[in-house]
Write a protein that binds this ligand. Structure first.
Ligand code: KG4
Ligand code: ZN
Length: 372
């Protein structure tokens, strides 16, 4: 891999490092092709997407097996693995799309937030391609990738209410436009995905936990155990999951003589845990409806995005809520909910259409609030 460090004051192609005068033609709006790169956590991913919502090529390598022995993502292992695989994955996505770098209209990459070693690998790779091919560079906020991913699948009009639930984030926001996000609430401790992962760990279901807990929950009954619904019934749109996580651990501590849990105990606790998360998400979203409606007079979409949105039970709960309140639920397919390159490429298309490109002096960001 060629690593390029764009220092302060570095000028992009034609010496214009913000490219703010970029104005695409109508033809370009429809036919623009963007390469997207994602390396912020434990998925190394690249995809090529065009302005007509077509995924022309995509390649993804999950590092699950490398992190499994540690029960969670190890940043150093993640960064090294991204570095080892990113070139081949970009080449694979480009091959599938049967295009060359000259055919691209832009190169988008997750610029943060995330594990900084991985983010640096992706950003340097994208900068190298953008510079060598003379194409616009687009630094995408990972959360924006999730927030806009649904528009890669269907035409969801702005503004919409977004529930973003992933391994690192849990937020409710109004998506007013590309680049314009108003946060209504967020978690005050753990993210929802983290709670799924910790629950799986405590119950010996392995890593990553979300899909395993969902599968076990299907075999169990909610209600046999009694778990809390943190913040439910209270005002506001914030979330809290740490108390729920602790309650799961305490309940599991009481299982079996030697700490060995019976299969039915595990399934019932998973079902109760998932029901508790569902109750909390529904309660918080219900509180968000009023401020959402106060901020706009046209939007009728509730969008569910992020890795936890792959959960079928939670989708059904939010679909029911949206129906009650006269909103429509939109949710990307599961493979676009968890981290992927296509959502970053698509966010790149959305930004490129609006001339929102970045200079090669962009510095990768471990933290990057979306409302900034
Ligand atoms: O969006 P994502 O791939 O990465 C982050 O940006 O964090 O989300 C990963 C999270 C993990 O915590 C994982 O356990 C959770 O999404 N997840 C699920 C499901 N599939 C993935 N949680 C609940 N049910 C699922 N089916
Ligand atoms: Zn994510």
């Amino acid at each position: 891999m060629v690593l390029l460090l764009g220092g302060a004051g570095f000028k992009g192609p034609k010496g214009d490092n913000r490219m703010s005068k970029f104005r695409p033609s109508l033809f370009m709006l429809l036919h623009m092709i963007v390469l997207g790169i994602e390396t912020s956590c434990d998925e190394t991913a690249a995809a090529v997407v065009d302005g007509e919502r077509r995924i022309l090529g995509e390649a993804l390598l999950s590092q699950t097996e490398e992190h499994r022995p540690y029960g969670g993502v190890v940043p150093e292992i993640a960064a090294r693995s991204h570095l080892a695989h990113i070139d081949a994955l970009v080449a694979e996505a480009m091959d599938q799309a049967t295009i060359g770098y000259d055919d691209l209209d832009g190169v988008a990459v997750t610029g943060g937030p995330g594990l900084i070693g991985g983010v640096i690998v992706g950003v340097m790779c994208a900068k190298a391609i953008a510079l060598a091919a003379g194409k616009p560079f687009l630094a995408v906020n990972h959360l924006e990738g999730h927030a806009l991913s649904v528009r890669l699948v269907e035409e969801v009009a702005f503004p919409y209410l977004l529930l973003l639930v992933s391994g690192g984030h849990c937020q409710l926001m109004v998506v007013e436009e590309v680049g314009c996000y108003h946060r209504l609430g967020a978690t005050i401790d753990d993210a929802a995905g983290e709670a799924f992962d910790k629950t799986a760990k405590v119950l010996g279901l392995g890593y990553p936990g979300g899909p395993a807990v969902e599968a076990k929950a299907r075999e169990g009954d909610a209600g046999r155990f009694d778990l809390p619904r943190p913040l439910a019934g209270r005002e506001g749109c914030d979330f809290s999951f740490s108390g729920l996580k602790t309650a799961v651990r305490r309940t599991a501590d009481g299982f079996g003589e030697n700490g060995e849990a019976a299969a039915q105990d595990v399934a019932d606790l998973c079902a109760e845990f998932q029901a508790a998360v569902g109750d909390v998400l529904v309660d918080r979203c219900r509180n968000a409806m009023k401020p959402f409606r106060n901020r706009n007079n046209g939007g009728d979409g509730l969008v569910l995005a992020g890795g936890v949105a792959a959960n079928g039970y939670l989708r059904a709960r939010l679909e029911a809520l949206a129906g009650e309140d006269g909103l429509r639920l939109f949710c990307p397919p599961p493979e676009l909910c968890t981290d992927n390159g296509a959502m970053i490429a698509w966010a790149g298309v959305e930004r490129l259409r609006r001339g929102m490109t970045d200079g090669l002096d962009f510095a990768p960001r471990p933290r990057w609030p979306l409302s900034e």
